[in-house]
Structure formats: structure tokens, C-alpha cells
Ligand binder design. Structure first.
Ligand SMILES: [Zn+2]
Length: 98
């Protein structure tokens, strides 16, 4: 999956610095969106259950994921369970039980 450099730079601006973990979260979020057939903008009700911890790489991963999916705490689109791993589940309520 190719990520446009311009989009990646916007994510780095959002995150505040360039790092591997935000890039990984960004890429993982884009892949999850593609798997669901959802889009960042326009997928109403989309939310993420994130299992990262509080360590540096984990929160960077979380920022990348938020930027990719548009699922943020502020929009009640993110449930954060600090379990110390780089894992998440992206849920599109329109597709549940289908
Ligand atoms: Zn970072």
C-alpha cells in the first residue's frame, strides 16, 4: 500500500515529529479503513478500540492511527485500553453482525 508523501507529511505535522511508530499507526489505520471499505471522512459512527500503553512508541502509534481513521477521543470515536501493545480494532457499526 502506497502512502502519498504529502499525506504522510500532514500526519507528521499533526503528530509533532517524524517517527516510526506514528508512521506504523498511520499505515495500520489506512489498511484497516481499506479492509472495512470505509473512509476517514464520511464513515459516520466509525470508532476504534485501541490497546496501546503510555510509553513513547505507543502514543505515537495512537496519533498515527487517529490521523488515518479520524477516530478521536474528542469525537467519542476512540476507546483507549492501555494494555501495552500496539493493537487496535476498528469498528464500523453499519457492518456489525454482517
Ligand atoms: Zn512520535
Amino acid at each position: 500500500m502506497e502512502i502519498k508523501k504529502e499525506l504522510l507529511e500532514k500526519m507528521f505535522n499533526f503528530h509533532g515529529h517524524k517517527c516510526w511508530a506514528s508512521t506504523l499507526g498511520f499505515r495500520a489505520g489506512l489498511i484497516a479503513l481499506r479492509g472495512l471499505g470505509a473512509q476517514r471522512i464520511g464513515s459516520r459512527g466509525l470508532y476504534a478500540i485501541v490497546e496501546t500503553g503510555y510509553f513513547h512508541g505507543a502514543v505515537c502509534f495512537l496519533d498515527g492511527l487517529q490521523y488515518a481513521t479520524g477516530c478521536t477521543v474528542g469525537k467519542a470515536g476512540l476507546i483507549w485500553k492501555p494494555r501495552g501493545k500496539l493493537a487496535f480494532t476498528l469498528v464500523d457499526p453499519k457492518r456489525e453482525n454482517k
